[in-house]
Design a protein around this ligand. Structure first.
Ligand SMILES: *[C@@H]1O[C@H](CO)[C@@H](O)[C@H](O)[C@H]1NC(C)=O
Ligand SMILES: *[C@@H]1O[C@H](CO)[C@@H](O)[C@H](O)[C@H]1NC(C)=O
Ligand SMILES: *[C@@H]1O[C@H](CO)[C@@H](O)[C@H](O)[C@H]1NC(C)=O
Ligand SMILES: *[C@@H]1O[C@H](CO)[C@@H](O)[C@H](O)[C@H]1NC(C)=O
Ligand SMILES: *[C@@H]1O[C@H](CO)[C@@H](O)[C@H](O)[C@H]1NC(C)=O
Length: 562
């Protein structure tokens, strides 16, 4: 009897499978302001066991970059599969559908293909930047979900002098006394778990975007996570000073950090003053604790995916929306073109491809970093190896990659001036890299299904400024204030940047008006401390890289070898 029912089940499943192309669900995890400060990226002091476990069952990208190191421009870029020059989104105010074109977004594409699409937490930048709806109903089947506790997020949550509450950047909290007894990322995670439970019952294909707020400022997290990071183990950035040859136009005065009451009280001079060293240590400690708190929430979602029987048919992507400066170059937050601001953690899990199969419900067991009885030791963990790739990938590539992995049509490459074309991309699917899991940094070739590709040899990002000298609109100018665009290209050996005139009324850059240049040579200067762009000995190199930069991303697209 049992066997007969089993056979009937197999027959039904098979015929369903034949009537529709095999399609996978998508869990799209995005973490705000997370740089690759994770155990799986070799940061041995970091306690991020759940994210590390996912990485160990994924392809992990060592060279993944965003197209602009600030929230909405980066997110709009990877959610539309287009670069900032085409989304025209360089600030946190404007909405691409008003300013550029009626582009079919990544979740919208899945919705058009019969998926239930749901946004939880921060996927699009909320507010005017996504039409006050997080791009609903275009992108999402249901209205975007935000924890009601978000209303408290920027209020006074942090205990300080006189037993009062303050708006602090460094803000370990006691869950027993915060409003609602919880925090937004915890509630958003609860919602995603319920969403997954519902899908396990109705069996509808889904694309769920789960966007975590931490480790974005304020560093508000349950105070227990601070215990994972004794102050004695926290070190300063290796280069916490203004690089002597850095052009001022490249500098952000990090107003975002200065606005918190604990930082404002330090009276740091504007725009070049340094954060006192003891406070730098505290910021680095709390950034780490906030990352561990997010790790615990990621672990809860992965465990739910596993327990509801969805793990074996769900593609999981994980990435940060940009990096974060923790005192490197004397800088804080994002808002620059440095590697530390543009490089992100990124990995892609494909069931049956990037990990060995596990018994049902055992792919992603939750790892509780706060459980002292476990004596969790990241370096001694037996999470497995996973795959790691040195191939250059960009956040703008995720659209085509996820489409291909899930089994929906991947968008074609956009032509020039694609404002009127709803469905195309300025990224490239990196499925060939995933298929070729053994590629090394010395190999330019990737094979995929019998085809051989010459992979891209550079990535491209940009950042706008209102003028050459740092002022209170420099950090992230609104479109109407933009006068300069810093275009940057990163190759294996170099980073090259030109800060050039930009006309925000016509959205055009003028390569003949160069305000400043930067050139970093990684063989002698891995941290980008010494700008040699104006050193006579390097002019031939600068000229060569300048040509490549102007040729742009199209000249670096992976090409099929015949
Ligand atoms: C944008 O595209 C959507 C989906 O194709 C369509 O329903 C909508 O009318 C379009 N909006 C505009 C302003 O063209
Ligand atoms: C799950 O399904 C129930 C019953 O239909 C519904 O009330 C609830 O809103 C759903 N929750 C989510 C997160 O989708
Ligand atoms: C900052 O300036 C305020 C007002 O001038 C002063 O009361 C305070 O002591 C100063 N704090 C520090 C750390 O210098
Ligand atoms: C990866 O690409 C290299 C170079 O083309 C090739 O030699 C190797 O066999 C490929 N590996 C896999 C797993 O496809
Ligand atoms: C920026 O500085 C200008 C000139 O000092 C001042 O008028 C303006 O209010 C400041 N804006 C902000 C956002 O602080």
């Amino acid at each position: 009897m049992g066997l007969l029912m089993f056979l009937v089940g197999v027959v039904i499943a098979t015929s369903l499978g034949e009537s529709a192309a095999p399609r996978r669900n998508v869990l799209f995890l995005v973490v705000d302001d997370l740089r690759p400060k994770l155990g799986c990226y070799g940061e041995t002091n970091m306690v991020t066991p759940n994210i590390d476990q996912l990485a160990a069952k994924s392809v992990k990208f060592e060279r993944a970059y965003v197209q602009e190191a600030v929230c909405s421009p980066s997110r709009t870029s990877f959610l539309t599969g287009r670069r900032p020059d085409t989304t025209r989104i360089f600030d946190l105010v404007h909405y691409f559908r008003h300013l550029a074109g009626n582009y079919t977004t990544l979740p919208e594409h899945f919705k058009n293909n019969g998926y239930i699409t749901q946004s939880v937490g921060k996927i699009f930048h909320p507010g005017t930047a996504s039409g006050h709806t997080d791009d609903y109903p275009y992108s999402w089947t249901f209205p975007a979900y935000h924890s009601p506790l978000l209303n408290y997020a920027n209020q006074r949550l942090c205990p300080g002098p006189g037993g009062q509450l303050y708006r602090y950047a460094v803000c370990p909290v006691d869950l027993k006394i915060v409003p609602g007894g919880s925090l937004p990322d915890i509630q958003n995670t609860d919602f995603t778990i319920e969403f997954l439970k519902n899908r396990s019952m109705d069996h509808k294909p889904f694309f769920v975007g789960m966007g975590y707020h931490r480790p974005h400022l304020p560093f508000a997290y349950p105070k227990e996570f601070l215990d994972l990071y004794p102050l004695s183990k926290i070190h300063l950035a290796p280069n916490p000073y203004y690089p002597p040859w850095l052009p001022e136009v490249a500098w952000t005065p990090w107003d975002e950090l200065r606005s918190w009451e604990d930082v404002a009280a330090l009276n740091i001079s504007y725009p070049f003053g340094s954060v006192p060293l003891d406070f730098q240590i505290k910021l680095r400690q709390s950034y780490s604790a906030a990352a561990s708190y997010t790790d615990a929430q990621v672990g809860r979602v992965l465990q739910a995916l596993d327990q509801y029987g969805l793990a074996d048919n769900t593609v999981i992507t994980f990435h940060g929306d940009h990096g974060w400066q923790l005192g490197e170059h004397g800088e804080w937050c994002k808002h620059t073109n440095f590697d530390i601001a543009t490089r992100i953690p990124m990995f892609v899990h494909v069931p049956g491809v990037t990990a060995k199969e596990a018994p049902p419900g055992r792919m992603f067991p939750f790892i509780d970093a706060l459980d002292k009885s476990l004596k969790f030791q990241p370096e001694k963990s037996s999470l497995g190896e996973g795959y790691s790739s040195d191939a250059f990938v960009e956040a703008v590539d995720l659209y085509a990659t996820i489409s291909e992995l899930a089994g929906v049509d991947a968008p074609p490459t956009c032509p020039e001036n694609p404002l009127k074309i709803p469905f195309c991309t300025e990224g490239a699917s990196f499925v060939p890299v995933i298929n070729n899991l053994t590629m090394t940094s010395h190999s330019n070739d990737v094979t995929s299904a019998g085809k051989s590709f010459a992979w891209k040899q550079a990535i491209f990002s940009q950042f706008p400024r209102p003028g050459v000298h740092p002022g209170n609109t420099s950090m992230n100018p609104v479109l109407e204030d933009i006068r300069i665009m810093g275009y940057t290209m990163r190759t294996v050996d170099h980073r090259y940047t030109e800060w050039i005139a930009y006309d925000h009324t016509t959205f055009t850059a003028d390569w003949s008006k160069v305000y400043a240049r930067e050139l970093y040579i990684y063989s002698s200067d891995p941290d980008e401390d010494v700008n040699v762009a104006e050193v006579p000995a390097f002019q031939d190199l600068a000229t060569f890289l300048s040509k490549q930069l102007k040729a742009g991303w199209r000249s670096m697209l992976p090409t099929l070898r015949v």
